[in-house]
Design a protein around this ligand. Structure first.
Ligand code: FAD
Length: 410
């Protein structure tokens, strides 16, 4: 039987996805704009909640050129320079926003503690232990749940868009017994994350299967660069199937070394991800093993459980004590650089449709994403999308008032 609660609901904005992009977008609307957020699973099941290493930020004005160059170099200089500039220039404002949402970043002597990740020429990554994504996304989810103008529907997959007259006016959702409903809004924002669920070996949640891209393409929006898939060089090796546990870049940034079968170092551990992945694959072939080893012997062993509690715990549960011995690591699918083609305000080529976060492609990452830039990019451009949509709603309200005034006058 149809649920009338769900049938033909009308909102100002519908956001699909409760990751960092969808949540932060919703929180950047004024509170008189009615927002519905839909998610396929529980609200805290998105890659955003898994992010470990941290978020890159412009440490000080002098760091600009170095941050810009690191991002361009990792992307093989195929990034959109305007997008990179916008991301870096907005980064400090975004961190201040997060602090207002009570996000706690690690400090040392009352100063931010910056960690260093692969591809960065200096330490400029803020983090919360090795649970940065959970800290940020959890606080944003808490804030969104408190807002009266935001409604969150969990376990509600979006299966199509409503697109009469070549513009997007809503979404089709599936109810608990498989029945279909339409929800309407003048603006629809897709924040459905990546494609890792399509792979056998991926660090992503399995329910992330590129749905936003499929829906956008089906309804005539342009996609681009779908071949730009990032493989993370170091996931915890396991012979069983299922999601691969990530061993963050910051483990190498803080001294972790990679060893071959002979227990010798064979590569610069801080190369950008694509180059390091290639070197590891070559070494695995030489060694005739499905993994190489990652050792933290250069770190003070006692600090390991404190600095990387989640990673330490995972390895221990799987029979390895990182304080005492190396762990087996292997590359796994991690991130998609391409996606729904958008401009710097998140607008797709289909009227009324926006895309933000990993499902979008604004070309900020070029051919290869720099560590820590995904959380930052998702936040920067989801805020811009919210501002762009809010302005459109305001302008439309003003036009409607003006027409109303004209009608009275004449
Ligand atoms: C293990 C891991 C560690 C990472 N570490 C870092 C890091 O340290 N720093 C960094 O910058 N980046 C990191 N990343 C990348 C980063 O976390 C993601 O790229 C980013 O969080 C994506 O955010 P998002 O909001 O676009 O998508 P997600 O957080 O993945 O959210 C997608 C949402 O869409 C919903 N959804 C999907 N399809 C549908 C549908 N059909 N209907 C309804 N809802 C749907 C999902 O349920 C989910 O709520 C990491 C990624 C992984 C997997």
């Amino acid at each position: 039987m149809k649920n009338h609660f769900l049938e033909n609901r009308q909102y100002d904005v519908i956001i699909v996805g409760t990751g960092i992009a969808g949540l932060f977008c919703s929180l950047n609307f004024p509170d008189d704009i009615r927002i519905l957020i839909l998610t396929k699973e529980a609200a805290d099941r998105g890659n955003s909640f898994l992010a470990q290493g941290g978020i890159s930020v412009l440490k000080n004005p002098e760091d600009y050129h170095s941050f810009f160059n690191d991002t361009m170099k990792a992307g093989h200089y195929k990034n959109c320079p305007q997008a990179v500039h916008t991301m870096i220039r907005s980064s400090t404002e975004i961190i201040s926003d997060l602090v207002r949402f009570n996000v706690q970043f690690e400090k040392e002597n009352d100063q931010w503690h910056y960690t260093r990740e692969g591809g960065h020429s200096s330490a400029r990554t803020l983090h919360h232990e090795d649970l940065t994504g959970k800290e940020i996304s959890g606080k944003l989810l808490q804030a969104a749940r408190m807002r009266k103008n935001i409604e969150i529907l969990e376990f509600t997959p979006v299966v199509d868009l409503v697109c009469p007259d070549q513009s997007c006016k809503g979404v089709i959702i599936t109810g608990p017994s498989g029945e279909k409903y339409s929800c309407r809004a003048e603006h629809v924002v897709l924040a459905t994350g990546g494609i890792g669920g399509l792979y056998t070996h991926s660090t992503n949640y399995p329910h992330l299967t590129g749905d936003g891209m499929k829906l956008a393409e089906k309804n005539g929006a342009a996609l681009e660069n779908l071949h730009l898939v990032q493989i993370h060089p170091t996931s915890f090796y396991s012979p069983t199937s299922g999601r691969r546990f990530l061993i963050s870049e910051s483990v190498r940034g803080e001294g972790g070394i990679l060893l071959n079968k002979q227990k010798e170092r064979f590569v610069d551990e801080l190369l950008p991800r694509d180059l390091l992945t290639e070197a590891i694959r070559k070494q695995m072939i030489k060694d005739d093993l499905p993994y190489v080893s990652l050792s933290l012997e250069t770190m003070d062993a006692k600090t390991i459980p404190k600095r990387f509690p989640a990673i330490y715990r995972h390895c221990l549960e799987n029979g390895y004590d990182l304080m005492q011995e190396p762990i087996p690591v292997t590359p796994a699918q991690h991130y998609l650089m391409g996606g729904i083609q958008v401009d710097l305000e998140g607008q797709a080529s289909l009227k009324g449709l926006y895309a933000i976060g990993e499902t979008s492609s604004n070309r900020v990452h070029g051919l290869n994403r720099l560590a820590g830039n995904s959380l930052l990019e998702s936040l920067v451009f989801s805020k811009r999308a919210a501002i762009n949509i809010s302005n459109k709603i305001r302008r439309k309200d003003e036009e409607d008032d003006f027409c109303h005034y004209d009608a009275i006058k004449y």
